[in-house]
Design a protein around this ligand. Sequence first.
Ligand SMILES: Cc1cc2nc3c(=O)[nH]c(=O)nc-3n(C[C@H](O)[C@H](O)[C@H](O)COP(=O)(O)OP(=O)(O)OC[C@H]3O[C@@H](n4cnc5c(N)ncnc54)[C@H](O)[C@@H]3O)c2cc1C
Length: 351
Amino acid sequence: MTIQENVPLAPLTTLQVGGSARYFAELRRDDDVREAVQFAKARDLPLFVLGGGSNLVVADSGWPGLVLRVAIGGITTQSTDAPGNAVPFSVGAGVNWDDFVAQAVVQNCAGVECLSGIPGGVGGTPVQNVGAYGQEVSDTIESVRALDLKEDRTVVLPKPACGFRYRTSIFNTTERGRYIILRVNFRLKRGGAPSLKYADLQKHFAGKKTPPSLAETREAVREIRRSKGMLIVPGDDDCRSAGSFFKNPVLGEAQFKDLAERAESRGLEIPSYPALDAQRKVSAAWLVEHSGFSKGYALGAASISNKHALALINRGDAKASDIVELKDEIQHGVQEAWGILLDPEPVFVGF
Ligand SMILES: Cc1cc2nc3c(=O)[nH]c(=O)nc-3n(C[C@H](O)[C@H](O)[C@H](O)COP(=O)(O)OP(=O)(O)OC[C@H]3O[C@@H](n4cnc5c(N)ncnc54)[C@H](O)[C@@H]3O)c2cc1C
């Protein structure tokens, strides 16, 4: 295990802002992760676990302690060839998420095809229960293997223990900072049909005579994402972001009714979808665009993406403080217009 000092973090994130890590280690084995944790403990250093850096805003002052980047690789599976069979995959936290999806699709295994093109590592996906185009990673996760820093031992958390909900899990709520995810175990369906619940996907395949394959669905998702700046494409400034910057608000019945009435009084209809427990999930992008902000709206070197109202981008030389200033302005504007405080999706590191 090598510990480096004063390592710039901006190049390790998709938003590309922020300062340096006082100490930094990239770790490929469980034992190295343990050793790095001991290094931090012995010096009383705060620890931050970095994945692919695609859901982060790192402070301009950087991180004063140890940044531990989990680079554990390996995708193992069992061959059960019969269509319809559940196929277990055990995937190292450091494997690139989209490489895993590609491999699942090549092996004709359904369950993650709609999550194609999401950047970052496999270990980051359970943290906010990543989701897109009608699938969530929790639909196929069976368990998560992690180093439990509280108990100082490796544990395997079965799915119910992970507390998955919309963009949350125990890893980013009740047990934040407690676990370092080492591997994620999935169960996919050999020969399963692709999930086509989402309107964008249905539109893409409208008029197609035969049902799309998993590979065609994967390509469609990547294409739709590319058009929205939600795929990392070298040279596309609109993807220098942390993805969606705000979560879609989930409202109770009364709050939703109030919002819908406000919209109606302005001759507008707010896009919404059913959520758990009689709640409604409301489009955060719609709220942003109906609060005086449009795609491309800029505040100095930070702006809203030209392709997606929910992505805040670094136009080239933005600082973390520029991104935060823009975030504050949008939150304030939406609250003034609609009485809703948007909740940011990325993790703020070192603030
Ligand atoms: C262009 C773009 C599009 C995106 N589209 C989507 C989308 O469609 N849906 C969606 O849900 N998200 C999306 N995201 C957000 C992001 O890609 C996901 O949240 C991703 O899973 C984050 O993984 P990461 O490895 O990059 O984690 P990081 O950004 O490095 O870290 C995020 C959080 O996870 C923690 N973490 C990471 N790895 C581990 C580990 N091994 N153990 C413990 N904690 C860990 C970190 O400490 C941090 O709190 C998008 C981002 C971008 C830039």
